[in-house]
Design a protein around this ligand. Structure first.
Ligand code: NDP
Length: 443
């Protein structure tokens, strides 16, 4: 049995109750097999076994009081995965599905994504099995304050810098930052995604969605396609999906779908993004009410939006939302490119099929790195106590995304894996992290 096979088996056995984590590790390890076989130092320094074991996993109780005076208890998590390239960095997810497997898969992915940005940030992730949906502002505040009262012990601007993710937006970040500052009596940039009034960066809210489109545009351009005039299907209706849709429309594409966890909308004439922002960001309503304002659009219950014909598909909701059947439909309907806005939205079998059919495929760790990249720019601005303009941040974001695409394309080419951007992203991220681990000794 080869070193790689042995380590993958061991990881599967040791983490047998963590399917999402095993899925993420399998994808990375299969892709870097070629690199590890090619250079004996990775086996000599036992890099794989060290890489799949987080530096530490923190799990804690979060007690809070709801509006009826009842005491509620949730589970909080922070996985500090790897800090060879910089302080741990990665978002917090508040969703009932959150468990250790999901946080570990996200933290593991984050290591390589952060490496690809070229900025000094390590990988981590956290969250809680708390559902913000339907909660009052006071309940959200109560939960966030309790969560931070435990988390603050483990984080800091040079240690670990959390941010938002599913269920954690502007409002939650504000409450988390307020409580951190109160307990530590320190005004420091320990959380990113902050409001612009107190240390946030311009373009942070837009960064993941905009960055996704900058990278997609570059991938299309280098493969003799363009985004102008293309039909784009997007899933999700949160932070990533909304700003991906906005940038796609600005680039001259037509966005025809969006979804939430109860259903999806199809607007053949092109979705009105300002109306979506009003529904989701201001009214905090469900997506289904879009039809009330656009009677010609369609609302469908359920998840299966990938049956709609499109040129470009951008899954931006959650993990494993694009399965084999979805991939078959997209291929039959002539899809040209897929770029992952969400983390691991495509199942392993769907990914393999799409690659075998020559569909251009930009994996999450490259395609959605714009959010963490601008978070790192927010850390820089906080450190020097300055704020850059929207134009400056947007320009830096675009440069970073184009640079990421070139890195993943070149890394794939170096190993003769032309246009396999999944392999390219894993190889480019792995080489940086593994080489830094070797340089820093056995720790
Ligand atoms: P939001 O909470 O803003 O939005 C998530 C969207 O996805 C909502 O429309 C939500 O619907 C839907 N959704 C969530 N869970 C499910 C589910 N189980 N089934 C179907 N739909 C679901 O999150 P973000 O937009 O921030 O994050 C979306 C994805 O992008 C995640 O995978 C996240 O990890 C990834 N990501 C986010 C970054 C960021 O900067 N925010 C950076 C990089 C990656 P509903 O409202 O009904 O729950």
């Amino acid at each position: 049995m080869s070193y790689i096979e042995e380590q993958l088996n061991k990881c599967r056995i040791q983490n047998s109750n963590e399917p999402e984590f095993i899925q993420a590790v399998t994808e990375v390890i299969e892709a870097i097999n070629i690199v590890v076989k090619n250079d004996e130092k990775y086996e000599k320094f036992n890099i794989i076994e060290r890489l799949v074991e987080p530096d530490r996993q923190i799990k804690f109780r979060v007690s809070w009081v709801d509006d009826n005076g009842n005491i509620q208890v949730n589970r909080g998590y922070r996985v500090q995965f790897n800090n060879v390239l910089g302080p741990y960095k990665g978002g917090l997810r508040f969703h009932p599905s959150v468990n250790m497997s999901i946080i570990k898969f996200l933290g593991f992915e984050q290591i390589f994504k952060n490496a690809l940005t070229g900025l000094p940030i390590g990988g981590g992730k956290g969250g809680a099995d708390f559902d913000p949906k339907g909660k009052s502002d006071r309940e959200i505040m109560s939960f966030c304050q309790s969560f931070m009262t435990e988390l603050y012990k483990y984080i800091g601007p040079n240690i670990d810098v959390p941010a938002g993710d599913i269920g954690v937006g502007d409002r939650e970040i504000g409450y988390l930052f307020g409580q951190y500052k109160r307990i530590k009596n320190a005004y420091e940039g320990t959380i990113t995604g902050k409001n612009i009034l107190f240390g946030g960066s311009l373009i942070r809210k837009e960064a993941t969605g905009y960055g996704l489109l900058y990278l997609t545009e570059e991938m299309l351009r280098q493969n003799n396609h363009e985004i102008m005039g293309k039909v784009v299907s997007i899933s999700g209706a949160g932070n990533v999906a909304i700003y991906a849709a906005e940038k796609a429309i600005q680039m001259g594409a037509k966005v025809v779908t969006l979804s939430d966890s109860t259903g999806w909308i199809y607007d053949e004439n092109g979705i009105d993004i300002n109306m979506i922002k009003d529904i989701k960001e201001i009214k905090r309503e469900r997506l289904s009410i879009y039809k009330k304002y656009r009677p010609n659009s369609k609302y469908n219950e359920g998840k299966f939006l990938w049956g709609i014909p499109c040129d470009i598909a951008l899954p931006c909701a959650t993990q494993n939302e694009l399965d084999l059947k979805s991939a078959e439909n997209l291929i039959n309907n002539g899809v040209v490119a897929i770029a992952e806005g969400a983390n691991m939205p495509t199942t392993l079998d769907a990914t393999k099929l799409l690659l075998s059919k020559g569909i251009l495929f930009a994996p999450a760790k490259a395609a959605n790195a714009g959010g963490v990249a601008v978070s790192a720019l927010e850390m820089s601005q906080n450190s020097i106590r300055m704020s850059w303009t929207s134009e400056e941040v947007d320009r830096k974001l675009k440069d970073i995304m184009i640079n990421i695409f070139n890195q993943i394309s070149n890394s794939a080419n170096r190993y003769g894996l032309h246009k396999n951007y999944i392999a390219g992203a894993n190889i480019a991220g792995f080489e940086k992290v593994a080489d830094a681990m070797i340089s820093q000794g056995i720790i």
